[in-house]
Design a binder for this molecule. Structure first.
Ligand SMILES: Cc1cc2nc3c(=O)[nH]c(=O)nc-3n(C[C@H](O)[C@H](O)[C@H](O)COP(=O)(O)O)c2cc1C
Length: 215
C-alpha cells in the first residue's frame, strides 16, 4: 500500500490523510466592522454543507503584520523576519483560501495588500475565491484585487462574489442586524463557487500527499 509521510517522518495511510485546509481571510481590521460577522456566517455555510474541508480563519487584524519590512522583494525569497516566515508557513499549509474583503474608496484595505506583498512563491497555484462586500456592492474592489491575485498566481475561481450591503442592514451599533439576510441573495452563487473551490482544494491536497517523502 502507498504510504504518505508527515513532516516528522512518521508514516500514514491514505485513509488518514487530512481534510483539505481552507482559510477564510478576514481583511477588515477596523475595531467596529462587519467583516467578522460575515466571516462567521460564511464559515457556518461551509461547515453546514459538510464539504469535507477544515476551515481556518485568518484575521488580518490579529495577524497584525507590520508594514512590509523585508529588505528584499518577496519574489527573491530569503525572508529575514520571523513574522514573514510564520506568515509564509501559514499560507504554504493551505489548500485554498477565501478572501473576504470590504470595498474602501473603490479599492480594498491596505492590510490586505500588505499581507499579499510579503510573499510571492507561496501564492502561486493556491486556489482562491474572492468575496467582496460594500454599501455600493464591492465590484470595483473586486476588479482591483483580482488583478493583484492574478499577478501573484493565485488560482482564482471566477467570477467571485460581490455582496451588496443595503444601508438599512446596519443596526445602531454599526454591526449587521443579520449577516445571513445580507448574504442570502448571493447564497446560491456562493455555494456554486465554494463547490468549485473545494474541488481545486482537494486536487491540491492530494498533490501534497502524493509528493514523495523527503527522508
Ligand atoms: C474607509 C471606508 C471607505 C469606504 N468606501 C466604500 C466604497 O468605496 N464602496 C462601498 O461599497 N462601500 C464603502 N464603504 C462602506 C463599507 O462598505 C462598509 O462600511 C462596510 O461595512 C465596511 O466593511 P467592514 O465593516 O468589515 O470594515 C467604505 C467604508 C470605509 C470605512
Amino acid at each position: 500500500m502507498v504510504e504518505w509521510a508527515h513532516g516528522n517522518g512518521e508514516r500514514m495511510t491514505p485513509e488518514a490523510a487530512r481534510a483539505p485546509r481552507v482559510a477564510l481571510v478576514v481583511s477588515s481590521t477596523r475595531p467596529v466592522r462587519v467583516g467578522g460577522q460575515l466571516g462567521v456566517h460564511l464559515t457556518q455555510i461551509i461547515e453546514g454543507d459538510h464539504l469535507g474541508v477544515e476551515v481556518v480563519t485568518i484575521d488580518l487584524r490579529e495577524l497584525a503584520l507590520p508594514f512590509l519590512d523585508e529588505p528584499r522583494m518577496a519574489s527573491l525569497g530569503g525572508y529575514v523576519h520571523e513574522h514573514t516566515r510564520r506568515w509564509a508557513a501559514t499560507i504554504t499549509d493551505l489548500d485554498a483560501m477565501i478572501v473576504l474583503t470590504p470595498q474602501y474608496n473603490w479599492g480594498y484595505p491596505a492590510p490586505l495588500k500588505n499581507a499579499i506583498d510579503y510573499l510571492f512563491a507561496e501564492w502561486r497555484g493556491l486556489p482562491g475565491l474572492l468575496v467582496t462586500y460594500g454599501t455600493h456592492g464591492g465590484t470595483k474592489c473586486y476588479d482591483q484585487i483580482t488583478q493583484v491575485l492574478d499577478r501573484v498566481g493565485v488560482d482564482l475561481v471566477k467570477p467571485g462574489i460581490c455582496v451588496y450591503i443595503p444601508k438599512d442592514a446596519y443596526g445602531p451599533d454599526d454591526h449587521l442586524l443579520s449577516p445571513a439576510a445580507v448574504l442570502a441573495p448571493d447564497e446560491a452563487d456562493l455555494r456554486d463557487r465554494l463547490a468549485a473551490l473545494v474541488t481545486k482544494a482537494r486536487g491540491r491536497a492530494a498533490g501534497r500527499e502524493t509528493t514523495p517523502a523527503q527522508v
